[in-house]
Design a binder for this molecule. Structure first.
Ligand SMILES: C[S@@+](CC[C@H](N)C(=O)[O-])C[C@H]1O[C@@H](n2cnc3c(N)ncnc32)[C@H](O)[C@@H]1O
Length: 218
């Protein structure tokens, strides 16, 4: 009897630990497969012609900015991030990555916060962001971050923004969020559940169920 109880306890411990190790591997910087699919979805939904200036908000190691520059050789791309503690990213790392990918002349990396972007209204033709807003500590109302991002996008400009938009405690009901964005004068707003768009194991789909993508035309 004691042996059975012990085995049950071991089983109960092994399962969650294995699950955590699996998730850690899937999201680790060493496993780029899933991350590339996530970045690609953001770019795929950005219906931009690649002429002019684009901004990647919370660029991290610069991956999305670099992918944009590679896809749109006529564009100039800015990547901004506050590169705070807790992330293994830096401006230097971004510049190194851009050089390695052959787009150093096309990309500018700059320190700045998503809560107060160091750009004028309507300065960009396209904006993207991936998994940043929920990380921003100095703004509680995350809708304000979407509003600030859209501020620097010109009228008719294209956007593709990915975050945990299905998390109701953070963003409220998605239909209300879309209605609010339209009230700000945004012409077209679309939404998709990212986890359903990206091929991935069901276990990961469950883990990423709050992930969503807002895209459209200002
Ligand atoms: C999960 S990472 C995503 C990085 C990148 N977008 C990507 O897809 O690889 C979150 C990023 O948000 C950045 N971040 C957090 N708060 C920020 C803020 N207030 N302004 C700009 N970037 C911020 C962090 O420095 C980090 O690079």
């Amino acid at each position: 009897m004691v042996r059975i109880v012990l085995w049950v306890i071991v089983g109960l411990l092994v399962l969650p630990v294995s699950y955590l190790i699996y998730l850690f591997y899937e999201f680790s910087v060493h496993n780029k497969k899933l991350q590339y699919k996530v970045w690609n979805l953001v770019i795929q939904k950005l219906s931009w012609n690649g002429q002019g200036k684009a901004l990647d908000i919370g660029t991290g190691a610069g991956a999305l900015a670099i992918e944009l520059a590679k896809k749109f050789p006529n564009s100039k791309v800015w990547g901004i991030d506050y590169w705070g503690k807790g992330w293994n990213y830096s401006k230097e790392k971004c510049e190194e990555n851009a050089k390695y990918e052959g787009v150093a002349d096309q990309v500018v990396f700059q320190k700045g916060s998503a809560s107060n972007l160091p750009f004028k209204d309507g300065e960009f033709d396209a904006i993207v962001s991936n998994f940043v807003y929920h990380e921003v500590r100095d703004v509680k109302d995350k809708k304000k971050l979407i509003n600030e991002s859209l501020r620097v996008l010109k009228k008719g400009g294209r956007f593709s923004l990915q975050d945990t938009f299905n998390n109701r405690r953070r963003y409220g009901i998605i239909e209300d969020l879309i209605r609010d964005i339209k009230k700000w004068g945004v012409e077209e707003v679309n939404f998709i559940d990212s986890a359903n768009e990206i091929p991935m194991p069901n276990l990961l789909k469950f883990e990423l169920k709050t992930m969503g993508l807002l895209y459209g035309i200002k």
